[in-house]
Design a protein around this ligand. Structure first.
Ligand SMILES: [Zn+2]
Length: 273
């Protein structure tokens, strides 16, 4: 395909539908780990006939859900999907098979799947079956959306977010440790949002002991109760306290907690988290 070939570059209509698929993908943020967030829409003759997103690991993939909604209307339609469809059997059947049997004619993909089990194989299989496949529509946005997954797949390490409260002169604590809050309500709410989107939260043992004395809840709250990360405590030469003895690590009363007991620090370091 040449650069000037209309099939090799997305139209404004493609961009518009992919924006819808990206918005759907966002609905899975913090819920579908360790899988990537994916959104999909099926468009027939300029009309939306099905849409879906990946809501939880082990649940239906976005494409499968969108095709299920579309039913017979998927025949001859275009599928917009934010990540290259999978072509391997995981906990759910390959999406490539579902796309082919649904009769989709054209597939527009935002970003390739960096998972070694896919990595171009999905697009190749679709092209091999005679479908028109266009890749790279809103690719930067799709990669930004899944940067945690992409870092894990491409760099073989966890994506790390550092959160620290700091004064304007660069201090994170008073010498006598007397300060408690130096952040405002908006920053604290943002911290809860970040925790709700993370698989694990790592703190030093000093922080844990302070939390134990002062008992502020450090789980996920305030609108982000659906998910609690596991906690990793870093330190040397201490006996790890039982999670149940640390008020800060107890789940919020309203949460469906996934908090697990903190592992020992040595295990955390060995894993290089
Ligand atoms: Zn899939």
């Amino acid at each position: 395909m040449t650069a000037g070939d209309p099939a090799s570059s997305p139209t404004s209509e493609d961009e518009r539908w992919m924006a819808r698929a990206l918005a759907l993908a966002e609905r899975g943020r913090g819920l579908c780990s360790p899988n990537p967030m994916v959104g999909a829409v099926v468009v027939s003759e300029g009309r939306l006939v099905g849409e879906g997103f990946h809501a939880r690991a082990g649940g239906p993939h976005a494409e499968a859900e969108a095709l299920r909604q579309a039913g017979d209307r998927a025949r001859g339609a275009t599928l917009y999907v934010t990540l290259e469809p999978c072509n391997h059997q995981g906990r759910t059947p390959p999406c490539v098979d579902a796309i082919l049997s649904a009769g989709i004619r054209r597939v527009v993909v935002a970003a390739g799947d960096p998972n070694p089990r896919v990595r171009g194989g999905g697009a190749r299989a679709l092209r091999g079956a005679g479908l028109e496949v266009l890749s790279g529509c809103r690719e930067d946005e799709a990669r930004a959306c899944n940067r945690v997954f992409i870092v894990a797949m491409e760099r073989l390490r966890p994506h790390v977010t550092l959160k620290c409260a700091m004064t304007l002169d660069g201090k994170i604590a008073a010498v006598d440790r007397s300060a408690r809050w130096i952040t405002g309500e908006a920053a604290r709410l943002e911290a809860h949002r970040l925790r709700s989107q993370s698989d694990a939260v790592m703190v030093g043992i000093g922080t844990v002991l302070l939390m134990t004395r002062r008992s502020p809840c450090a789980s996920t709250r305030r609108g982000h109760e659906s998910r609690c990360a596991s906690w990793w405590i870093a330190g040397r030469g201490f006996r790890s306290p039982r999670a149940s003895s640390i008020p800060a690590l107890r789940p919020a009363p309203s949460s469906r907690s996934r908090t697990r007991p903190p592992p020992s620090a040595s295990r955390g370091w060995r894993r290089g988290v």
